[in-house]
Design a protein around this ligand. Sequence first.
Ligand code: SAM
Length: 261
Amino acid sequence: VSFGFKNVPEDEKESLVRGVFDSVASSYDLMNDASSLGVHRLWKDEFVSSLRPGRKGPMRCIDVAGGTGDIALRILDSAREKYADRETTVEVVDINAQMLKEGHRRFKKTMYHNTPQISFHEANAQELPQDKFEDNSYDLYTIAFGIRNCTSIPAVLQEAHRVLKPGGTFACLEFSRVNNPLLSAIYDQYSFSIIPLMGTILAGDRDSYQYLVESIRKFPPQPTFAQMIRDAGFFTGKDLDGGAWTDLWGGIASVHTGVKV
Ligand code: SAM
């Protein structure tokens, strides 16, 4: 099976993506560490600390495409450690039950287990059930390394805008475009040869990791994505090109934020 999306009709993409994450769920955290050489941890730390959860008091957060809860755990730890806040809550939403199961298992070892601070929900980012995820209800919406897997980015952004309170923050961490040609060449070599090879060795699954790499290439570059965020009704703080996002490691990843107005 080839997971390159060139020949995959849009309506099949969702089930393909589901299959990819089904097959990687149990090895997901290990592969994440191996393929990024642990760097995803630094990016996630930086992402969450830039959002300063708990600074203005307890926040109601939703972490979409939250997988095994990496971002949720950081949000709760950061609120507690920096602001002695044990009332901030995170609802982790993911389309894939296996990923959520891994997340739930992982949280059992934390102090948040069995508290109202954390909960897991199976749902599609593009159409969050309105009865469960009501309009104007969250202070913070996060999505990390997830939006590029969704069939319709505008639909995800529209839903993010719907569920956020006015003044609430949308924050996205995603692989992005490297602008420096030398770094770009090294990065291409690494991602197209080494990551699928690691997928084979560590998870016995080359295709899924090949798909993950290809999906990174298809995601819009920073200015285009920033414009999509503005088109969904968010204020990104700065004028058009530049400033609406922060590049991490020369653009290998980037953080985009927007405020619901
Ligand atoms: N946010 C986590 C992290 O940073 O470790 C997980 C990222 S993982 C690369 C991408 C996640 O997106 C997977 O758990 C996958 O199931 C989920 N996903 C893909 N399409 C989705 C959709 N349409 N709605 C919700 N989740 C989706």
